[in-house]
Write a protein that binds this ligand. Structure first.
Ligand SMILES: Cc1cc2nc3c(=O)[nH]c(=O)nc-3n(C[C@H](O)[C@H](O)[C@H](O)COP(=O)(O)OP(=O)(O)OC[C@H]3O[C@@H](n4cnc5c(N)ncnc54)[C@H](O)[C@@H]3O)c2cc1C
Ligand code: SF4
Length: 467
């Protein structure tokens, strides 16, 4: 009996407690509560401490997973956080938003017979414990080496690059177009998934190390990259300006009042704090909101619309759930909260009343055909299946591409046909001397951890090239 129970515990993960779905649908507080100390220890004890840990191979920054989990199992929580930080500078963020189910956890050996170890939840626990107990260590920064580096953009790529360089004695200034630093971590991902206080702590930590942040500074307008290099005395520039240019469907009615790009909708809600009802840049709080798309951005927008007061928040996606690029956990949370999924359904037109306010959307049903270039089955229109969805807000979340400002104001930098900056994936070096790039501006919209990895690689090249 005891053996059976032990076996069961080994193959079942410790579930993280969460806010009740109905209650959380009306507030912006974080959904999962995090592990208690005992829950974290119980979960950590499930790890088999594999000699050849496949989980580490799945992590883009090779966090020493079994080592930090062993420390948690022994109750050494601060030491566990420091172990993670040897390779990942932002564990409280990654523990919350990384797609672990496709990276480390999918490779966990326990996943073959039951639940993989909850690596992301344990990473989050250790990082939160360190921060909440005031134990964040400020590392020794090397004396100034007299070199200055400019970083364009304060998203995960820019922040990571800045952190690596400042520790090596470089003078680092981040130039950020918005009035808050953090990139998508502050303007895109909502409070209920990533509390902004956590991002703020990480940014303050970098400032304590000596990183300067110039906000409201649009590189390409306020100063170009050439001006930063030739007139402002910077020895190198790292471009981490992300992919913030929203795509639209190019259908009739997309310019009506009440149609937003997910970028604008989420920025108004997160960064301009429209949800607090005191914002100078409010957002329309529709009664029936339709979000078009199937990725993380779409889930965030639909769940935000619900929290802003929509009686019905709906997703419209042209393929089936299996093809949805959003994380499984986000789809699950959205469904729990009552978001309605209209799958295999494509918008054709958005209607408005005489004043131009959105009143509805005409859609058509789809079926899946042969796989397309992405390997996913192509959605094909079912003739004669058109129908209408009454709605007053439409949020378009069908993708983002890089903002063209830096490519268009920086001569000699090669840009791909997709508008991304061409950079070596290992070194971050671009075709322009002294200019490096990484994150979404190079890969197109991707993930936080990949942007961080690119920021780190570019920092290594800058250190090497400027020595
Ligand atoms: C709503 C949403 C949800 C997401 N959810 C997840 C998730 O759950 N997990 C995950 O891993 N990834 C997620 N992503 C993707 C992830 O956030 C991005 O891949 C990541 O933030 C890219 O980092 P970055 O540093 O390259 O760019 P960004 O985070 O986009 O930061 C770029 C920064 O550069 C600034 N900038 C741009 N142009 C200029 C200029 N000319 N001058 C000065 N500053 C400039 C921008 O204002 C911005 O602050 C999500 C994205 C969105 C939009
Ligand atoms: S693969 Fe799973 S069990 Fe093995 S070390 Fe990694 S987390 Fe632990």
């Amino acid at each position: 009996m005891a053996v059976e129970m032990e076996k069961q515990q080994r193959f079942q993960r410790t579930v993280m407690r969460e806010q009740d779905p109905v209650e959380r649908g009306r507030n912006f507080r974080e959904v999962p509560y995090g592990y208690s100390e005992q829950e974290a220890i119980n979960e950590a004890k499930r790890c088999l401490q594999c000699k050849k840990p496949l989980c580490v191979q799945g992590c883009p920054v090779n966090v020493k997973i079994p080592e930090f989990i062993a420390l948690i199992a022994e109750g050494k929580f601060i030491e566990a956080a420091r172990k993670i930080k040897e390779t990942n500078a932002l564990p409280a963020i990654c523990g919350r938003v990384c797609p672990q189910e496709e990276q480390c956890e999918v490779r966990c050996i326990l996943g073959k017979k039951g639940d993989a170890v909850s690596i992301g939840n344990l990473e989050r626990f250790a990082a939160d414990y360190e921060r909440e107990h005031g134990q964040v260590e400020i590392p020794q920064v090397k004396p100034s080496n007299g070199k200055k580096v400019a970083i364009v953009g304060s998203g995960p790529a820019g922040l990571t690059c800045a952190g690596e360089l400042v520790k090596e004695g470089f003078g680092v200034t981040i130039f950020e177009a918005l009035h808050e630093a953090g990139g998508v971590l502050v303007y895109g991902i909502p409070e209920f998934r990533l509390p902004k206080a956590i991002v703020k702590t990480e940014i303050e930590y970098l400032q304590r190390l000596g990183v300067k942040i110039e906000k409201n500074f649009v590189v390409g307008k306020t100063a170009t990259i050439d001006e930063l290099l030739n007139e402002e005395g910077f020895d190198a520039v790292f471009v981490g300006s992300g992919a913030g240019l929203p795509s639209f469907m190019k259908i009739k009615g997309e310019n009506h009042i009440g149609v937003y790009s997910a970028n604008e909708y989420l920025t108004r809600s997160n960064l301009m704090r429209a949800y607090e009802n005191q914002a100078q840049t409010p957002v329309m709080k529709g009664k029936r909101a339709v979000t078009v798309g199937g990725g993380n951005v779409a889930m965030d927008a639909a769940r935000t619309a619900l929290r802003l007061g929509a009686e019905k928040s709906m997703i419209v996606y042209r393929r089936s759930e299996a093809e949805m690029p959003a994380r499984k956990a986000e789809i699950h949370h959205a469904k729990q909260e009552g978001i309605e999924f209209n799958l295999l359904c494509n918008p054709l037109e958005i209607y408005a009343n005489e004043q131009g306010f959105v009143t509805g959307m005409r859609c058509v049903r789809m079926q899946l055909g042969e796989p397309d270039a992405s390997g996913r089955r192509r959605p094909v229109v079912i003739p004669g299946s058109e129908f209408e969805i009454p709605c007053d807000v439409v949020i378009i979340a069908i993708g983002n591409s890089p903002n063209p400002l830096i490519p268009s104001t920086t001569p000699d930098i090669e840009v791909s046909k997709h508008g991304t900056i061409v950079a070596d994936t290992e070194s971050g070096r671009t075709t322009k001397k002294k200019v490096y790039a990484g994150g979404d501006i190079v890969t197109g919209a991707a993930t936080v951890i990949l942007a961080m990895g690119a920021g780190k690689s570019a920092a290594r090249s800058i250190i090497e090239d400027l020595k």
